[in-house]
Design a protein around this ligand. Structure first.
Ligand code: C2E
Ligand code: MG
Ligand code: MG
Ligand code: MG
Length: 286
């Protein structure tokens, strides 16, 4: 719709007006609006870190938290990371955003620790662009030093597609992180193209089974699908395993029976802002 497009082009402000072109489609226009709004969103304090519990399937104890960024734009409302992370990645804005998330999560964990709450590990997602920066490990170390958080309380999540870019550099970076005590997780496992040899070569602590495999677990049949194979593989590689996207009791029981100890999903709790996670963290279980 041309009217909407024109209106949105105006929203971008005078300087961006030359970007408007009648043949520009709505999708491209949306992207421009998003990009314009994303710029400066850190300085305007529009990001919030939510935390989702990672729990022991047998005891329901909270063993970790994953930090997940949220963007509350005054003009666009709550924008899902699935929408703005890819754009932030393309434009490079992911680097300052990612560093802000890392700092905020480390600060929050340290604050909870100082308040006497039994510390758990915080998992922070690193995008490909952020991970492949030359000085990524010094940025992380500096953040840990400044916030006073112990490296063993930080868990860095990267995806398979991040890990297969520049495999030799990736291994060295991971080894440097590992050597100071930071934990490494492979996120969304099974959706990318990493090979078994990578899994063996990288110093991984945890493999996170993507939620799509967990959704395949069907209560009515006993077919363990790929989940069984992935869990068996982590056992032989001596890596911990975490199942993502667990939504039903059946899925939880099924995974526990296959030997998976830790899970994350709506069954145990949605991602929540720090002040809402805090009481759960004090109690220690969900
Ligand atoms: P992810 O790292 O795989 O995070 C898990 C996603 O699954 C989260 O979506 C979480 O809210 C959602 N989820 C958790 N439990 C369930 C469940 O039981 N069912 C379903 N259907 N979904 C569940 P979210 O928060 O929207 O984030 C989406 C993706 O955006 C993340 O996937 C991650 O790749 C990226 N992301 C989020 N925060 C950051 C960040 O700070 N930095 C970077 N680089 N990426 C981030
Ligand atoms: Mg993740
Ligand atoms: Mg994931
Ligand atoms: Mg994902």
């Amino acid at each position: 719709n041309a009217d909407v497009a024109l209106y949105r082009a105006k929203e971008l402000g005078r300087d961006n007006f030359q970007f408007y072109h009648p043949e520009m489609n709505a999708r491209a226009m949306e992207r421009l609006v998003l990009e314009a709004r994303l710029r400066g969103a850190i300085d305007r304090n529009e990001f919030i870190v939510y935390y989702q519990p990672q729990v022991n399937l047998d005891t329901r104890q909270i063993v970790g938290l994953e930090a997940l960024v949220r963007w509350q734009s005054p003009e666009l409302g709550l924008v899902s990371p699935a929408e703005f992370i890819p754009l932030a990645e393309e434009t490079g804005m992911i680097v300052p955003i990612g560093e802000w998330v890392l700092r905020t999560a480390c600060q929050q964990m340290r604050q909870w620790q100082l308040a006497g709450i039994t510390p758990v590990c915080v998992a922070v997602n690193l995008s490909a662009r952020q991970f492949h920066l030359k000085d990524v490990d010094s940025v992380i170390m500096e953040t840990l030093r400044e916030t006073g958080l112990c490296p063993s309380l930080l868990d860095i999540e990267i995806t398979e597609s991040t890990a297969i870019q520049k495999p030799d550099e990736t291994r060295l970076t991971l080894e440097r992180m590992k050597s100071v005590g930071i934990n490494i997780s492979m996120d969304d496992f099974g959706t990318g193209y990493s090979s078994l040899s990578y899994l063996k070569r990288y110093p991984l602590d945890t493999l996170k089974i993507d939620g799509s495999f967990v959704r395949d677990i069907n209560a009515s049949d006993d077919d363990p699908g790929l989940v069984d194979a992935i869990i068996a593989m982590t056992r032989s590689l001596n890596i911990q395993v975490l199942a993502e996207g667990v939504e039903t009791e059946e899925q939880g029981r099924f995974l526990a029976r296959l030997g998976c100890r830790v899970a994350q999903g709506y069954l145990f709790g949605r991602p929540l802002p720090a002040e809402e996670i805090e009481p759960l963290l004090r109690r220690g279980y969900v």
